[in-house]
Design a protein around this ligand. Structure first.
Ligand code: NAP
Ligand code: 8YV
Length: 316
């Protein structure tokens, strides 16, 4: 039997791509690279493989009459038009759970980095300033501080667990209070921001959360408050954030995600009160392997007629 044809919509991690090579006929980003060649194979494409940042719009799916499944190597799938997929009963899968620890670890790392000025301290030593200028100025304590989590889901809860070990007080916001959760619930991000020292954002992206963190929320967080974003760039109004940082409305920010990746605004590059990482929250060998195995496992399950391992909630 011929191998199913797949279209990749991102430069896939080799950990994922290498698992597809033997079992599938893979057309690597052909729609972007060679539209004429893509037009010829489009009727054969039965699956799409992508990453959490990938775009799978209706216009692409419309060109693929034989499409049966979309597998995303990432828990976020805000780039996929799930409604369009559902109309054609095309299941969409993602990789929830296996990256919770990793993303939570980076959130804590960004919190410690921005408050304790770890990147700046490293530079201070390397530039020989310790010997010449003496000790660095004092920084901000993280243990025991007040943490606010915007989006207490799988990853948000893993962050809370770590924060408990740091003796932090924990509060959260979401669209509703969660039954059985002891942390204090605030109905809006602004109400939460007003009560915390560190505000960590870990919701999905997409239209439902676009610019959830806006000028009003940053104002509420205040001049001693820090913002950490490990969710999606779209969740924070970046122009409002830059303005708030420039005017001292908030103390600083630790950012792993940006509105236009991989091109974060230059205004942030030279700022001393930010720590910037290039969307690396899940990027360890161990976690990316687990994500790749799950993403490939979903395709393999589909094409061997078995139940999908991790369809997105809308497809369950
Ligand atoms: P999850 O378990 O679905 O949790 C998402 C949380 O967000 C839920 O608690 C949900 O609570 C809340 N939420 C959803 N819509 C909201 C809204 N409009 N306003 C406020 N809260 C809202 O997802 P997860 O597995 O923790 O992953 C969360 C997100 O993290 C992913 O979707 C992805 O975008 C991001 N992520 C980023 C990286 C990275 O590399 N930086 C890595 C992995 C994941 P309610 O339903 O109660 O509102
Ligand atoms: C990765 C992510 O950047 O899981 C997500 O939603 O944003 C990240 O884990 C990516 O999707 C890896 O393919």
């Amino acid at each position: 039997m011929s191998r199913p044809h797949l279209l990749t919509v991102a430069k896939l991690s080799p950990l994922f791509a290498d698992q597809l090579g033997d079992a599938y006929e893979v057309h690597d980003r052909l729609h972007d690279i060679d539209p004429a060649a893509f037009a010829k194979v489009a009727p054969l494409i039965r699956g799409i493989a992508g990453s959490g940042e990938s775009k799978v719009p209706r216009t692409l799916m419309d060109q693929l009459p034989a499409l049966e499944v979309v597998s995303i190597m990432g828990v976020g799938y805000d780039g996929v038009d799930v409604s369009a997929a559902l109309e054609r009963r095309i299941p969409v899968t993602h990789t929830p759970g296996v990256l919770n620890d990793e993303v939570a670890d980076l959130a804590m790392g960004l919190m410690l980095s921005i408050a304790r000025r770890i990147p700046q301290a490293d530079q201070y030593v390397r530039a020989g300033r310790w010997g010449k200028e003496g000790n660095m100025p004092l920084t901000r304590k993280v243990s025991g501080a007040r943490l606010g989590i915007v989006g207490l889901g799988r990853i948000g809860q893993a962050i809370a667990k770590r924060a408990e070990a740091f003796s932090m007080s924990i509060a959260y916001t979401g669209r509703k209070a969660q039954p059985g959760v002891a942390y204090t619930y605030y109905p809006t991000a602004a109400a939460l921001a007003g009560q915390v020292d560190f505000l960590v954002v870990i919701t999905p992206g997409g239209p439902g959360t676009r610019h959830l963190i806006n000028a009003e929320v940053l104002q509420a967080l205040g001049a001693k408050g820090y913002l950490i974003n490990v969710a999606r760039g779209s969740v924070v109004d970046e122009a409002a954030l830059i303005d708030a940082l420039q005017r001292g409305v908030i103390a600083g920010a630790g950012l792993d995600v940006f509105e236009r990746e991989p091109h974060p605004p230059q205004a942030l590059w030279s700022m001393d009160k930010v720590v910037l990482t290039p969307h690396i929250a899940s990027a360890t060998l161990q976690t990316r392997q687990a994500m790749a195995d799950l993403a490939a496992g979903n395709l393999n399950a589909h094409f061997s007629g078995k139940p999908l391992l991790s369809p997105v909630p809308e497809c369950q």
